[in-house]
Design a protein around this ligand. Structure first.
Ligand code: HEC
Length: 127
């Protein structure tokens, strides 16, 4: 009987917290969710002096510089993650040789990619 109660409690806890480890529900925040990923995985190369910036012109230090994009134009199409260059290069859909983060084996973790996609699909807001 005790064991059954315990099992019940575990199941209840799992039901109560379905979001644990899963992608964020609701609105994704640039400040809280997106920037920390860019900071940890992209910024070292995508700021003046970094090789991503030197080659493409893409500076990820601020929301404004991110939205400005590369020297060829914007890499984010608000509302459409599928055609946004930033998502395409992270998923390696442009060309394997320019999969981002550049040179990182395995690439960005799926849950982080989902956060970035969701943010773009929700309009890539400065929120
Ligand atoms: C180790 C350095 C490095 C890291 C880390 C890095 N990049 Fe890059 N990035 C580059 C280089 C180099 C280029 C230029 C590639 C080229 O055109 O050959 C580039 C280009 C890009 C471009 C422009 C692609 C195009 O089609 O013009 C985007 C978008 C981009 N990176 C996004 C990211 C994102 C997002 C991250 C983090 C998830 C990231 N990068 C991390 C080095 C890096």
């Amino acid at each position: 009987m005790k064991n059954i109660t315990l099992l019940g409690s575990i199941l209840l806890a799992l039901l109560a917290f379905p979001a644990l480890g899963a992608p964020i529900k609701g609105e994704v925040s640039y400040k809280e969710n997106v920037f920390p990923i860019l900071h940890d995985y992209c910024l070292s190369c995508h700021q003046p002096g970094g090789k991503g910036y030197e080659k493409s012109g893409l500076d990820m230090r601020t929301y404004q510089s991110l939205m400005k994009g590369t020297k060829f134009g914007s890499v984010i199409k608000p509302g459409d993650s599928f055609t946004s260059i930033i998502i395409q290069v992270i998923e390696g859909r442009v060309h394997p040789s320019i999969k981002m983060p550049f040179g990182m084996s395995g690439g960005l973790a799926k849950d982080k990619i989902e956060i970035l996609k969701k943010w773009v699909d929700q309009g890539a807001k400065n929120n």
